[in-house]
Structures are given as structure tokens and as C-alpha cells.
Design a protein around this ligand. Structure first.
Ligand SMILES: CC(C)(COP(=O)(O)OP(=O)(O)OC[C@H]1O[C@@H](n2cnc3c(N)ncnc32)[C@H](O)[C@@H]1OP(=O)(O)O)[C@@H](O)C(=O)NCCC(=O)NCCS
Length: 138
């Protein structure tokens, strides 16, 4: 991801999340030294992205999303594969996911992430618990 992608990613987020990230937030991520983002593109259109922060020996997944009309075609799997490759030196990769988000939970389980706990009322709009998932050393 580069700074020039921030606007399009903010639009994509509006379609994919109840609480989307702003263009400014994507700009900050594009400039962050610890962040790595990967884009899935079709032609010149961004159809999905994944992101991870690399902090010490841990990778923290920030987000992964695919536009609805491109889902169930393996796009998120490819984005997650690339992210895992980038975090190859990390001892573990961690993430939070809404407990009702069966699609995302199934995606992460497919890549070896395991349920490692819960954060109560972690999300807003709607308020919901987060499942913590970890791949690697716990
Ligand atoms: C979660 C999301 C990224 C999956 O993207 P995708 O490109 O459709 O995923 P893939 O096609 O690569 O699917 C990979 C696996 O995920 C699981 N999966 C994907 N969509 C699913 C669904 N609707 N129901 C159940 N499992 C699903 C399956 O295990 C699938 O493997 P399979 O094809 O062998 O069955 C997409 O649904 C999305 O953008 N959702 C909104 C944003 C979001 O919630 N992001 C997660 C934040 S933590």
C-alpha cells in the first residue's frame, strides 16, 4: 500500500465494515514503519486488502477485507498467505475478530489460527465480544 491508495481503501472499508477506517487513518498506516499492507487488485480497482503490524516478535493483523462481489473466490486467502509470508520471522500472529463473524473465523481457522480467548464488548456498532485468535506460539 502507498499513500495514494488511502482514499480508495477508505471507500472499500465503508462497504465492508460498520465502523470503517478514514482516509487519514489509511494514510497514517501507509507511512507507519511497523505496518505492512497488501492489496488485491483487478485491473486498476482495489478489491481487497490485508494488513499487519510487525512489533518485536509478534505480528498483529489489523484488518482484512474483500469487496462483496469478489468474495468466496480465494482473494482473502491469497491476501492472508502474503501477510503470513511477510510475518515469517514472528513467533506468533494475533488478531481479534467479532464473535459473530463466521466467515472471517473460518478463514483464519483454515490458516491455522486458534481461539485463544475473548475480549468482552470490544467492538461497537453493534457492541460485541472479540475472539482473540493466535497462529504460532501462545
Ligand atoms: C472475511 C472475508 C475477508 C473473506 O474473504 P473471501 O475472499 O470471501 O475469502 P476466501 O474466498 O479466501 O475464503 C477462504 C475461506 O474463508 C471461509 N469463508 C469465506 N467466506 C465464508 C462464508 N461466507 N461463510 C463461511 N466461511 C467462509 C471459508 O473457510 C473459505 O474457505 P473455502 O473456500 O475453502 O470454504 C470477507 O468475507 C470480508 O471482507 N468480510 C467483511 C470484512 C471482515 O469481516 N473482515 C474480517 C475482519 S476480522
Amino acid at each position: 500500500m502507498e499513500a495514494c491508495h488511502a482514499g480508495e481503501l477508505a471507500e472499500l472499508d465503508k462497504v465492508c465494515f460498520a465502523v470503517p477506517w478514514s482516509e487519514n487513518l489509511f494514510l497514517e498506516e501507509a507511512q507507519s514503519r511497523i505496518a505492512r499492507y497488501f492489496l488485491a487488485v483487478e485491473g486498476d480497482k482495489i478489491i481487497g486488502y490485508s494488513g499487519v503490524w510487525l512489533v518485536a516478535d509478534e505480528g498483529q493483523i489489523t484488518n482484512i477485507a474483500v469487496l462483496p462481489e469478489f468474495r468466496k473466490k480465494g482473494v482473502a486467502s491469497r491476501l492472508l498467505e502474503r501477510l503470513i509470508e511477510e510475518a515469517a520471522d514472528a513467533k506468533r500472529i494475533v488478531l481479534e475478530v467479532r464473535e459473530s463473524n463466521c466467515a472471517a473465523i473460518a478463514l483464519y481457522e483454515k490458516f491455522g489460527f486458534k481461539n485463544a480467548g475473548m475480549r468482552k464488548n470490544f467492538y461497537r456498532e453493534p457492541t460485541e465480544n472479540a475472539i482473540i485468535m493466535i497462529r504460532g506460539e501462545t
